[in-house]
Design a protein around this ligand. Sequence first.
Ligand code: GLN
Length: 251
Amino acid sequence: MKKVLSLILAAALILCFAACSQQPAVEKPDNATVIKMGTNAAFPPYEFKEGEAFKGIDVDIATEIAKELGAELEVVDMEFDSIITSVQKGEVDFGMAGMTVTDERKLEVNFTSSYATGVQVVIVPEGSDIKSLDDLEGKKIGTQLGTTGDIYSKDDYGEENVVSYSKGADAIIALKGGDVDAVIIDNEPAKAFVAQNEGLEILETEYAIEDYAIAVKKENTDLLDKINAALEKLTADGTIDRIIANYISAE
Ligand code: GLN
């Protein structure tokens, strides 16, 4: 009887051990901190989708930043025009979308140090009579809603002459269909769109030269400092140059 009792006790102990040692595994399906990046994944080579996967310069740099922060990156895809609001509401931790630093945006969010330069350029159909920025007067211009190209061209050429699309690619379709005469957009996506679509060219003239940076909620200065420190390290060790060179061939 004694033997049986001790056997039962031993079995109970073993069961308890098994149960107890299993507990942590049940408790932590994934206890890695997740950091959320808000972007518009229709802006190659900075962010785009290949199947279900997010790719691009910003995605790769953000992945490295997340590693530096000991976190895992989650990409949240949205309209470009919603990114700043989403950062302000804390729905995402930061916005990274080839986003230009502007004084107006600085009133809404904080920007990290800049990690890349962008240029606003003009795409026209080959053989167009638009050869310079002056020739855009009175023409229909396609842009991507809420971008600097959209904001500046409305100021310079009149709101009635600008058609804003939610995606750069939609502005390109409109250009090919003759709905607009030109598209103003950042140079690297412009190159990608022109490479994918026959019969388009980029004017030599540069409309605006800008700095790209990461947007962080005003109150979240701790994250701003951490991202800046990560950017500094990734710049110093050549990671950022290497990532950019992976997507953009040096001219
Ligand atoms: N650089 C432009 C801006 O910040 C466009 C960015 C984008 O379309 N993703 O407004």
